[in-house]
Design a binder for this molecule. Sequence first.
Ligand code: NAP
Length: 171
Amino acid sequence: MNAIVACDSTWGIGYCGQLQKPISADLKRFKELTWGKVIIYGRLTMNTHPGGKPLPGRLNIVLTSDPDFTVEGAIVAHNVAEVLEHIEDLKREHKLTDDDFFVTGGSSVYKQFLDYTNRVYVTQHFKSYPSDCDFPDLNSDPNFKLSSVGEWQEENGSYFRYLTYERNSIA
Ligand SMILES: NC(=O)c1ccc[n+]([C@@H]2O[C@H](COP(=O)([O-])OP(=O)(O)OC[C@H]3O[C@@H](n4cnc5c(N)ncnc54)[C@H](OP(=O)(O)O)[C@@H]3O)[C@@H](O)[C@H]2O)c1
């Protein structure tokens, strides 16, 4: 599956439950890449969505340990194994492939699914910002290689670029 994340220059990804520096071009790209796909995220990340709700146009899987949690517009899963079962069911029933699944955060969920992640779409900020949670440093992870590096772009004085990391194939 894929992961998609916006990181600052030190792999920080959020502060006080929010994104560090939302960039509208990046949010648009997030929508384009995930539209019609399956997105998997933790309950705290759902609070960062508009209205604190599942995102439209995508099949949402939200993780929580609360057995009574329900939300309209999302499948609720209670552990990693349950998410993986949903993924296998969706692949079988809807002929989906690994590429149709995106882990969208937050920090705890990215880390728990990294072993199942084959490609990571990173929006890299040029600067660092205050952060209290992070994404694992993929430059130090021998399982991943940097496969594409976009040009630096600017929006309202903030510089960012798009990177792609791919899992090294097992020889
Ligand atoms: N920069 C980016 O691209 C990006 C993307 C997404 C999020 N973020 C940031 O990341 C931060 C949130 O990350 P986070 O790690 O604090 O929270 P999170 O991963 O979004 O959500 C954590 C919650 O998910 C549930 N959960 C996680 N793993 C579970 C498991 N194995 N079994 C059952 N439930 C599980 C738990 O919910 P319960 O407490 O209900 O049990 C847990 O409290 C925010 O600052 C957000 O802005 C950044």
